[in-house]
Structures are given as C-alpha cells and as structure tokens.
Design a protein. Structure first.
Length: 420
C-alpha cells in the first residue's frame, strides 16, 4: 500500500473519455459531447437565455461607446497638428486655427474666395458719391451742386477703403461695398465706425475738414444715384458721350437706309441680272469640264460653269442654259415694263462697240451657240436630203433594171412560141 500506484493511461472509450480528463477522439467522443450538452440544457434551462442577454448587453455597450467616441473626437481630416494644445484656455490662436475650427461648422464657406462680409447698418454720411479713376468725389449736403474730392473719412483714404473692401464678398463688387456697405468696410479695416444714427464722423476734403452726421436718409439718396455719378461733373465724359451718340446716329441711319431700300425694291421691283449668278451674286463663267464636281442645282456630276470669285458653286451645261433662258424672259418682261432701261442698255452697248470693248455679256456666246446649232441643223438637213435623193435614184435605177429584165423575158417567150 505504501508503494505509489501507477497511473492508468487515459481511456479512449466513449464513457471514459467523457468522464476523464483525456482527449476525445472519433465519433464516440462527439456523441459524448452532444450528450453532455443535452444534460446541461435539461439541468439548467435558463443558461442560454442568460448568455444571450449578456451578449446583447455587451453589444449595446460597445455601440454606445463607439458613438460617444465619434462625437467627442474630431474627424481625421480636421485633427489638430499640435495635439489640441491650441484649444487650451489661455493659448493664442492664429488665422490657421480659426480656419481649422470653422471647417466643421455647417454654415462654413467653401471654396478659395474671400469670406462673406458682415451685415451693414445701411447708413452713410454722403448725399452723393462718384468713382473717377482712383479717386472719390462726394456731396455732403443735398443742396450741393458740385462734388468735392474726398481725401479721408474716419482717418481712412481711398486706398485703405479699397483694400479693406476686397477682403470680403465677391471680388467684382468692392465699389458697391464702399458705397452701400461702408460700415462693413470699416469693420474689415479695423477702423472705428459710428455706434448710433446721427453720430458724426470726420471727413477731410479739398475744401477742409468737416464733421458730418451719419443717417439712413443720406444712405437712401446716395444708393439710388452712385452708379450714375450722382450728377458730379468729374464723372461726366463729354468726348465719350459724343462718340457714343455718333455711333448711335450712324447705326440708326444705316438701319433707316436699308429699310427704305428694301421697301423701294418691294414696290418698284428689282431689275434682273444679265448673267447667271451664284448665291453670293457672283457671275458664272465657262470652264473646263470638271467630271468630279457636282452641280449645285441638279446634283449631277460633270460641271462646265463655275463662279468667277472662287465660290464653291458649279453648274452643269443643262442647268446653265435653263437659268440663262429664264433670265432672258425675266429681262424681256422688265424691258416691256421699263423701256427706258432698255434704251440705256442699248446705248451702252453702242458706246462699247464704238470703243472696241467687249460687252462682257453672255449674249455673244449664246448667239455663237445658236449659230453653231443652226449650222449643225442645216448640215444635217442637207445630208438627209442628199441621202433621200440618192436613195430615190437607186430605187429608180433598180426599177429600170427590173423592167428591162421583164422585157427580155417576154421577148424570149415570144421567140419560143413560133418555133413550137
């Protein structure tokens, strides 16, 4: 009994493996595990529900922590490069810190343009304002007839106001901001503006230094006329106005002349041209046969006439003849209605013939073509008549030969009869 007992090796059977601490192998071990699970489920039926409840609680806690961390921690794109030290109380912040802080706000301005200007109080010390070059001319009272050059207002000259106006709002409206939003311009420049209506502000002009009240009535009168110069002589340009009026008169005169010309043509009519023309009223002339060119009238290939000015306009011979014939009829009708034009054209032809110049019209070519056609017709007629005469002679000769043969046959028959 005092000797130590040797340990038995773990059993690989189903029951021993399930009860002992050895490993479970094979299908017997899987069956044992299944039985243990069933027994645990029958002895302790509330364990699966409790485990499920614990898992749901853990998931809810994890989700809540994740949401809390997402709200408290900044986004990856807006993380401070200094680790948040600039947000500590007492730490100075520069423009980059302010821009970084404004990124996360819902109403932050996007883009590379300047930020929006602060709202204006809609008050002004001027009754009139005009911009002339890099200077400002103002009217301090409603009774002033002439404008004076502004030197400073509240200690700011024209350059300071222009630079401050360009720091906010649209870039092309900086003059409008000086005229209609002067309080916002002063705020952007870091200058002192009046706090209440009818408070005075110092204005320095060429005539001296004045203390002028700031109110809404002056703003209403100035905002209505500053774009047109508010009647300031310095803003008027007589030379430019004269040039514009001259251009306007020329345009109106040209329009009136064209309308009158069109009306005259509509009532009286327009004389038809003597030559066939293209769409741009250029004359067509005869050229070499272009087999690859298409006629602009009928669309067939092979053209013989082209524009003299180089326009891409070609016509075939058939279409050209039809157009020329149509022009002749229209010109003849015009001459019947206006015989004085016919007399003028004939006189011009006679003068050109005396000088030995060519008329340049298509009538000579047409007469040549008509003569050639008539000669061809006459030759064809003569040839046909000569052919007919020759055929008649041949027929007469053939008829005579037939008659002579018949007479010879009759004589032979007569000779044969008495011999019999």
């Amino acid at each position: 009994r005092s000797q130590p007992q040797a340990r038995r090796p773990p059993s690989h059977s189903g029951s021993g493996g399930a009860r002992g601490r050895g490993r479970i192998f094979g299908p017997a071990g899987s069956l044992a595990l299944h039985r243990q699970a069933n027994m645990a489920a029958t002895r302790f039926p509330d364990r699966p529900r409790a485990a499920a409840a614990r898992s749901m609680l853990r998931c809810t806690q994890g989700l809540f922590l994740a949401l809390l961390l997402a709200q408290t921690q900044p986004a990856a794109g807006s993380v401070n490069i200094d680790g948040g030290r600039s947000q500590l109380p007492g730490m100075k912040q520069d423009m980059f810190d302010r821009a970084q802080r404004e990124k996360g706000k819902p109403g932050a301005r996007m883009g590379k343009g300047p930020p929006d200007c602060p709202k204006s109080d809609k008050m002004s010390p001027f009754f009139g304002l005009a911009f002339v070059g890099k200077e400002m001319f103002i009217k301090m009272n409603s009774s002033d007839e002439q404008c004076t050059r502004l030197l400073t207002i509240g200690g700011a000259n024209y350059t300071v106001l222009a630079n401050a106006s360009r720091t906010c709002g649209p870039a092309g409206e900086w003059k409008k901001r000086i005229a209609e939003e002067l309080s916002a311009v002063f705020f952007q420049a870091g200058l002192d503006w009046v706090k209440n209506e009818n408070d005075t502000i110092e204005i320095v002009t060429e005539d001296g230094t004045f203390e002028i009240p700031v109110d809404e009535a002056r703003y209403a009168g100035m905002s209505a006329c500053w774009a047109r110069g508010c009647g300031c002589e310095q803003a008027q340009n007589p030379a430019g106005k004269a040039i514009l009026l001259t251009c306007l008169a020329i345009a109106v005169g040209g329009l009136f002349f064209d309308s009158l010309k069109m009306t005259w043509k509509k009532f009286k009519g327009e004389k038809p041209p003597k030559h066939v023309q293209c769409k741009k009223v250029h004359r067509l002339e005869e050229v070499k046969l272009a087999s690859r060119h298409l006629c602009d009238v009928c669309g067939k290939s092979g053209t013989c006439y082209a524009c003299t000015s180089g326009c891409p306009y070609d016509m075939c011979k058939v279409c050209y003849k039809e157009a020329k014939k149509k022009l002749k009829t229209e010109l003849q009708e015009w001459y019947e209605k206006h015989p004085e034009d016919k007399a003028k054209d004939e006189e011009k032809k006679k003068e050109k013939k005396k000088k030995g110049e060519k008329d340049g019209s298509d009538d000579d070519a047409d007469t040549k073509e008509s003569k050639a056609d008539s000669e061809a017709e006459s030759t064809s007629k003569a040839e046909s008549e000569s052919g007919k005469a020759e055929s008649g002679k041949e027929e007469a000769e053939s008829g005579k030969e037939v008659e002579s043969k018949e007479e010879e046959d009759e004589e032979d028959e007569a000779d044969e009869v008495p011999s019999m």
